[in-house]
Design a binder for this molecule. Structure first.
Ligand SMILES: [Cu+2]
Length: 499
């Protein structure tokens, strides 16, 4: 025992030195793998120090950022699993937060104040009460449980299950139970921090050694006066916990915590209980706006779920006003998006395309700068001017293979397509930001918006007879969800052969 007591400070010293070293010379944020070399308390300390060094946000670190992967280099809109950082991780579950959008790319500045997080808890567990300095919109991806919210001097307890969405105001104290016998409870969250744009922190109400509660930072005199109790009595309550933020609870406890109690916030809205906006053999689209769940108005959000049948695709479309944060709930697939901001050759994002409304002087200056940049590097501009093309109308394809938990950001106005893999159905959750009066515009299929053009406009625009244009626009008989690549080509070939 005495030996262990001596060993601990030595281990701590070593881990301090190691973190200091890797901070100077190596990748300072590759905490997880490096700290795993240590055991027990030393490992915990190593992780904590590393987190503090690596992150502006207390308790949040980037987990193994693997920069420079080919796919990501071409696509600042894609966030793979390694772009989440664990805020809490215990045997009972984990809470992880996606990398800050604007830190990833300046192209995501429009949504910089928002964050995405995922909470996963194991069957028959309790998640400790805490509050965040962020408004929250959540979606239950799988499982079932109960959520209790202490809000305006009341407790509201609601059952939650797959398909539920709910808005929770910043500062509400929340605790949760996974009451299922075998299934994990998985919750996706869109967070809107209220004090620092794009940064939030969690305040643990209860705790002890693990998790630590904010109460422990107050002075003894203040605590004794505030609770009107001696320090020892306070410690008996606020320093006992050592099981972490999420841990197993007994059947009786879970049963007791599952009793509903209604209040001002109102119960969650189940998106999958709503009639789908579109449905055919190739997929279903469920959409919820503030017309269905009024509290979405508080954040100007909407929520949608697209179920794309294996091998099928969602029609090319864009969102006129909303930026969509797409999170893969189930399955794998591909996103393709046309983007004028990302350079094809260098794979780097750049401020490209004509920005209408610039002051003339600054536009000239901008063009001069662009010219200089071109002299140094990219030959694209020269090639383009040789071909007599004007600047401002080139689009790059950004594409990503996505699987469960991956995030793909679809900025407003950007045409996008999602395709399910051949093996599994693809389920995509979309949190829409700036959502009011956003009606998806479809660019192919039966409800292709271009069909509305007059014959003359089609001929002028496409420089081809309108019959030819119509033949193309009318070839796809389905709307919203289509047969996927292989299937569609197969069908086309068959039709072609029979013609
Ligand atoms: Cu773009």
């Amino acid at each position: 025992m005495a030996c262990a007591k001596l060993l601990l400070p030595i281990l701590l010293l070593i881990s301090f030195a190691f973190v200091a070293f890797s901070f100077r010379y190596g990748n300072p944020c590759d905490c997880e793998s490096s700290c795993r070399e240590y055991k027990g308390e030393a490992q915990v300390t190593c992780m904590r120090i590393c987190k503090q060094i690596c992150s502006e946000e207390p308790g949040i670190k980037p987990e193994n950022p693997r920069r420079g992967e080919r796919e990501e280099r071409h696509n600042p809109y894609y966030f793979g699993k390694e772009r989440y950082a664990h805020v809490a991780k215990t045997e009972g579950g984990n809470f992880r937060v996606l990398e800050n959008f604007s830190r990833r790319s300046k192209l995501l500045k429009g949504i910089e104040k928002y964050r995405v997080a995922i909470l996963e808890t194991e069957p028959r567990t309790f998640a400790m009460p805490s509050h965040l300095d962020a408004d929250e919109l959540f979606y239950v991806m799988s499982g079932e449980g109960t959520i209790s919210i202490l809000y305006q001097e009341n407790r509201e307890t609601y059952e939650i299950r797959r398909g539920d969405i709910m808005m929770i105001p910043a500062g509400s104290i929340i605790y949760q139970v996974n009451k299922h016998q075998t299934e994990r409870l998985r919750i996706a969250m869109l967070l809107c921090p209220v004090s620092m744009p794009g940064q939030f922190v969690e305040f643990m109400q209860a705790g002890g050694q693990n998790p630590e509660t904010f109460w422990n930072s107050f002075s003894d005199e203040i605590l004794e006066a505030a609770f009107n109790a001696p320090r020892e009595r306070f410690e008996r309550v606020f320093q006992r916990q050592s099981k972490g933020e999420i841990f197993r609870a007994s059947d009786e406890q879970i049963k007791a915590l599952s009793k509903s109690s209604k209040g001002k916030l109102g119960k969650p809205f189940n998106i999958l209980n709503k009639r789908p906006s579109f449905s055919n053999n190739h997929g279903q689209l469920f959409e919820v706006t503030s017309d269905d769940y009024a509290r979405l108005k508080e954040g100007d959000f909407d929520v949608s779920i697209a179920n794309i049948t294996r091998g099928s695709m969602m029609a090319p479309n864009y969102n006129p006003k909303a930026t969509k944060i797409a999170i893969v709930v189930q399955g794998c697939g591909d996103f393709e998006m046309a983007c004028p901001h990302v350079s094809r050759e260098s794979g780097e994002e750049e401020e490209r395309g004509r920005e209408w409304g610039r002051e003339e002087e600054s536009e000239r200056e901008w063009r001069r700068e662009r010219g200089r940049e071109r002299d140094h590097g990219s030959e694209r501009g020269e090639r383009r001017s040789e071909r007599g093309e004007t600047e401002g109308h080139t689009y790059s394809l950004v594409q990503s293979r996505v699987c469960r938990g991956d995030v793909f950001v679809i900025p407003a106005a950007h045409p996008v397509v999602a395709v399910a893999s051949r093996d599994n159905n693809l389920q995509i959750l979309c949190f829409g930001i700036n959502a009011e009066n956003n009606m998806k515009v479809f660019l192919a299929g039966k409800n292709n918006v271009l069909k509305q053009m007059e014959k003359e406009a089609k001929e002028l625009a496409f420089n081809t007879p309108a019959t030819e244009v119509d033949r193309l626009l009318n070839a796809q008989p389905e709307s919203v969800f289509f047969a996927g690549l292989g299937e569609a080509r197969h069908g086309h070939d068959q039709r072609h052969a029979s013609e």
